[in-house]
Write a protein that binds this ligand. Sequence first.
Ligand code: PEP
Length: 249
Amino acid sequence: MATRKPMVAGNWKMNGSLELVNQLSVAVNNIKSADLDVVVFPPYPLLSSLIEQGVTTGAQTVSENEPGAFTGEVDAQLIKDLGAKYTLVGHSERRSIYGESNNTVANKFARAQQVGLTPILCVGESEQQREKEQTELVVAAQIDAVIDKLGLAALKDSVIAYEPVWAIGTGKTASPEQAQSVHKFIRDKIATLSSDLAQGLTILYGGSVNEKNSELLFAQPDIDGGLIGGASLKADSFTAICNSAKRTV
Ligand code: PEP
């Protein structure tokens, strides 16, 4: 575990402004260190401004298609050409609000890698699925959709974010033990196919992470950092969360 570099990613969702870019760039540039990756996922129009300030960025989603007649969509190559390094794929809000299926998510994952963006594959169960004890089934199917389409090797240049849907934006965080148990399940599942790949794979936790709960979550052996929504919009909170990843992961 100690060989994996911790990562903290901030998902701004449909929030942010040029003013926030200025505040957060100062904070992120202060946090920067060789032993932590910090990535910001702003709305598309703010990508260039963050990149100009030296912040590592990613898109919140990309089109699964190559350029063409897809009004309103954004091509992954364009995101790459701007200088972004990552893209989220399969965030639960994309799955639930915009109806993205496991198959669509796998196509987006493929398109991201085709242009040289690193996909962060978001997986996680709903509250109802957890109550029915289907967490592992759901998470496995979300990961298998990518492996089945692209092969296991595709996971090598990717990150997985475990984000229980019931914990996103709700203030209900998974306990460190609950989160660790699913992270271990994911790593063990991949280890049955390739132990090296599983040991090298960065797996982030997301879901109401804040500066009070991040340290214990990140101290878990299979949690390599976090995907942060609400708390990534406040420079002080985001800085504290990043610092706790440096100390504990
Ligand atoms: C997210 O948007 O991925 C997320 C985890 O949000 P929040 O931290 O606000 O729960």
